[in-house]
Design a protein around this ligand. Structure first.
Ligand code: PXP
Length: 248
């Protein structure tokens, strides 16, 4: 088995474009099918409370029609737990969610929300047989709490690292990468599977993919934007090639 990090393709923003006009086009399930053909190893979709992009019917269709494992991103609410238990995707990633945010702005504060998260992690695992991931900052306290909560996976928020790269703040981006590396070593040492994502692009993916413990990268917005110019399959192939180069 390859030890390259898997690429999970987040298809939310295909639904963003669809919803801008109503109707069925473009179809995120068709994008998921294309992603599979281009070599994606998983599909990620975030069912938000306000359903601004992916909708309930998309989740049903992704589970029914796509062969790749679905990673359902969701807030730790009763409504989302019921939906996850109804559809039983193989993987769920618990994310923080604020109605007014444009995107998921930071990781979960697992330490602060321990009591809210504990029953959610337990129900998804025990009642749904679902592998649970927590989307957290690369921080030792968050890693320790995620492990104590019984999550099997932690996904590190890479948004801050990417922002520093694009602002030309080399020292800060290096420091943030170091935090991600340290958290990956810490998490893997605790038996957690290590994932990362948010804001990753062709120019920023390699140092994250190069981290030895990294098992999966979840990437959406950049791939969908790039698909406008070079097509979705080509964007995914290039991203996978960069991930492979990072480990060469
Ligand atoms: N991982 C998680 C947990 C996310 O919530 C998101 C989307 O916000 C992503 C990865 C993908 O981020 P992006 O669309 O910026 O690539």
């Amino acid at each position: 088995m390859s030890d390259l990090p898997r690429l999970g393709v987040n298809i939310d923003h295909v639904a963003t474009i669809r919803n801008a006009r109503g109707g069925d086009h473009p179809d995120p399930v068709r994008a998921a099918r294309l992603a599979a053909e281009a070599g994606a190893e998983g599909i990620t979709a975030h069912l938000r409370e306000d359903r601004r992009h992916i909708g309930d019917n998309d989740i049903q269709r992704l589970v029914d029609e796509i062969d790749l494992p679905l990673n359902l991103e969701m807030a730790a609410t009763d409504e989302m737990v019921e939906i996850a238990l109804r559809h039983r995707p193989p993987h769920c990633c618990i994310v923080p969610e604020k109605r007014e945010e444009r995107t998921t702005e930071g990781g979960l504060d697992a330490a602060r929300h321990h009591n809210q998260l504990a029953p959610v992690v337990r129900r998804l695992r025990e009642e749904g047989g679902i592998r649970v991931s927590l989307f957290i900052e690369p921080d030792p306290v968050q890693v320790a709490v995620a492990s104590a909560l019984g999550a099997e996976v932690v996904e590190f928020h890479t948004g801050r690292y990417v922002e520093h790269v694009f602002a030309g703040e080399t020292k800060d981006s290096e420091a943030e990468l170091e935090r991600i590396r340290d958290a990956a070593t810490d998490g893997a040492g605790r038996g957690l599977e290590i994932h990362a994502g948010h804001g990753l692009t062709f120019d920023t993916v390699k140092p994250v993919a190069a981290i030895a413990e990294m098992r999966e990268l979840n990437i959406g917005h950049f791939l969908m934007g790039e698909a406008i110019f070079i097509g979705l399959e080509e964007a995914i192939r290039r991203m996978k090639a960069l991930i492979a180069e990072a480990r060469a």
